[in-house]
Design a binder for this molecule. Structure first.
Ligand code: AMP
Length: 293
């Protein structure tokens, strides 16, 4: 496993690129099983490059950029047993030369949910992902469905700007009690950790209501809000169409139920995606080939 600390070191990927299938797994480090699952899926596509970079431009003022956990040595130790060809872990100064530099602007899928709650967040995300794509030049990139809006915003960027990269969205990896794995779960104390499970529990309960025939977004979301009572506050709970993320009044076709809530110091997000049609209710992905126009 080659450690590349400088964008100039990326020449060392040339031989890997020639074989095709080079697959990028972008992360901000503090790796957990969710990240490692992406890496294992990536290995099925071709040689794997994992990037580790806590991207300052996707954090807003007052967010946890400074406090975000960073531990490159332990991340490398977790990656070494896996099939990883290279880790790209540049410093901030190597990725952003100066204030006022060029940026990529996301499309309209970034306007709602986390984009509305965290102004500028997706500008930072698409800028760093575009830069990583240009530097690493992967054939494939894998993202987690846990950040569903992020997957769809990047998908829109790739289509609209013509990046020659195939995207894969991987299912959310969860703790045994259902909590979606996240680097931010480290911020939770024991009591907060117990309350944090209300997000995934609310999503599961919504899935059961759908299976029982409920289709009204208003009623589904009212029940979700009740189920989120253990959280300290709810930032949003919305039912949206996939892939355009417009609000859905009824559960029909592909829909995303997306939640963001605060528990103690942590801002947690979670979601489920279902395809609802005459045949019933089926969990589905975001970027399956042929499913998105
Ligand atoms: P992050 O380090 O939080 O920026 O995440 C890096 C990548 O891992 C993103 O594509 C995330 O969507 C993905 N990811 C984070 N948590 C999970 C999880 N629990 N299951 C699957 N993928 C995840």
């Amino acid at each position: 496993m080659d450690l590349l600390l400088d964008p100039r070191d990326l020449d060392r990927l040339d031989t890997l690129r020639r074989g095709g299938g080079l697959t990028l797994v972008p992360t901000m480090g503090a790796l957990h099983e969710g990240h490692l699952d992406l890496v294992r899926r990536a290995a099925a596509e071709g040689p794997v490059v994992v990037s580790i970079f806590v991207n300052p431009t996707q954090f807003g003022p007052g967010e946890d950029f400074a406090a975000y956990p960073r531990d490159l040595e332990s991340d490398l130790a977790r990656l070494r047993p896996l099939e990883v060809a290279a880790v790209f872990a540049p410093a901030v100064g190597q990725m952003y030369a100066a204030e006022g530099g060029a940026r990529v602007r996301p499309g309209d899928r970034a306007d709602c949910l986390c984009g509305a709650a965290r102004p500028g967040h997706f500008d930072g995300v698409v800028t760093i992902v575009a830069k990583l794509f240009n530097l690493v030049r992967p054939d494939v990139a894998i993202f987690g469905r846990k950040d569903a809006q992020q997957c769809l915003v990047i998908d829109q960027m790739v289509r609209d700007l013509g990046f020659p990269v195939r995207l894969i969205d991987a299912p959310t990896v969860r703790e045994e009690d259902g909590l979606a794995m996240s680097s931010r779960n480290r911020y939770l104390d024991l009591g907060q950790r117990e309350r944090a499970v209300c997000l995934s529990a609310a999503l599961s309960a919504a899935g059961r209501r759908l299976e029982e025939g409920e289709r009204s977004a208003e009623r589904l979301l009212a029940a979700v809000r009740d189920d989120l009572a253990p959280a300290d506050s709810v930032e949003y709970a919305e039912l949206c169409r996939v892939p355009d993320l417009q609000p859905a009044e009824r559960a029909a076709g592909r829909v995303l139920l997306a939640l963001a809530a605060r528990v103690g110091p942590a801002r947690l997000i979670d979601n489920r995606i279902w395809n609802v049609n005459d045949a019933g209710v089926r969990e589905t992905g975001l970027l399956a080939p042929g499913e998105n126009p």
